[in-house]
Design a protein around this ligand. Structure first.
Ligand code: NCD
Length: 306
């Protein structure tokens, strides 16, 4: 069976733990051994939406495992510009590679590609839906900071309506016992209703608030998000909420000493620069962990054991 990574909903707790374990193993591998693992394999990236970290960290991960990378990030330089369909593009490029990484603005695009292609497909973000590789690296980061991914107080803050990173992460952290959640956002950017219930229709347990200062004082992890300007239908709606949530060093004075601030990045204005120098800033370590986790994801997709 082909090993796609499309949605966190396709994984169970054992799958998540396997990825976490694999990332830790990869991290400890000697350089020469690492470089031999994916020699001769090609990763093909199709990025229909902008990206810095996701795209470059998949590339770096592939190269650090000895593999090659090709792809596009500017659709205007491809035949999509001439009117070629998404699936024809997928059916074409799959001939050149061993694994596909796709980012697209349409929810479901990666799933569609996975159904059409014989290659494993990794979803690098589909619209406001899912971002599973980000979630796995977020979890790996939490594991490294706290030595566990359970029994934690987690505050997800900012744009909870349009952030795909939040949807994947919340769902995953709920698989582990003892985690408590505070969802902190302006009223207009609350988590959509469909995420508030499990498959059996039971309401999930979390607190909703718009009081960031209070939430900061009580959590172990503060997961900040960018207001997703490109996903707003109404510019005025964006203007109303864009500066409501800004975390600065002064607000961290009441934080628990071990509390870590995470963010999938890019940040725009929601974390002031003075937070970077505090011991709470965890987002650049998160970036570093991203490359490690994406090595694990590539090994898993290609069925190669380290
Ligand atoms: C996130 C995304 O693309 O959803 N970025 C990322 O992959 N690190 C978050 C965002 O764009 O705000």
């Amino acid at each position: 069976m082909k090993r796609d990574l499309i949605s966190i909903n396709d994984l169970d707790r054992a799958d998540i733990e396997r990825y976490l374990h694999l990332a830790a193993v990869v991290e400890g591998l000697p350089r020469e051994h690492r470089l031999s693992l994916l020699r001769g394999f090609i990763l093909l990236e199709m990025f229909f939406e902008p990206s810095t970290r996701t795209k470059l960290s998949f590339e770096a991960a592939m190269r650090r495992l000895g593999g090659d990378v090709m792809g596009f990030a500017d659709v205007s330089s491809t035949s999509v510009k001439k009117g070629e369909t998404f699936l024809d593009t997928v059916k074409t490029v799959e001939n050149y590679a061993d694994v596909l990484v796709i980012r697209h603005s349409q929810e479901g695009a990666a799933r569609l590609a996975a159904q059409a292609s014989r290659l494993p497909v990794l979803n690098a973000g589909d619209g406001t839906n899912q971002h599973p590789s980000q979630t796995l690296l977020d979890l790996y980061t939490i594991q490294r900071f706290f030595g566990r991914v359970e029994g934690l107080r987690i505050c997800l803050a900012g744009d909870l309506k349009y952030s795909r990173t939040v949807f994947s992460l919340l769902k995953t952290l709920m698989m582990f016992p003892g985690n408590e959640f505070v969802l902190c956002s302006p009223e207009a950017l609350r988590v959509p209703d469909y995420l508030k219930y499990d498959e059996d229709g039971h309401r999930l347990s979390f607190v909703e608030t718009d009081d960031l200062a209070a939430a900061v004082a009580h959590c172990d992890v503060l997961y900040m998000t960018r207001i997703q300007r490109e996903r707003f239908g109404d510019v005025l709606e964006y203007e109303r909420v864009k500066d409501v949530f800004v975390l600065d060093a002064a607000m961290l004075r009441h934080a628990r000493p071990h509390m870590k601030v995470m963010h999938p990045l890019p940040r725009v204005r929601e974390i002031a620069l003075d937070v970077d120098a505090t011991p709470h800033a965890g987002y650049f370590e998160q970036v570093a962990n991203g490359m490690t986790m994406r090595q694990a994801i590539l090994l898993e997709a290609l069925g190669v054991s380290p």
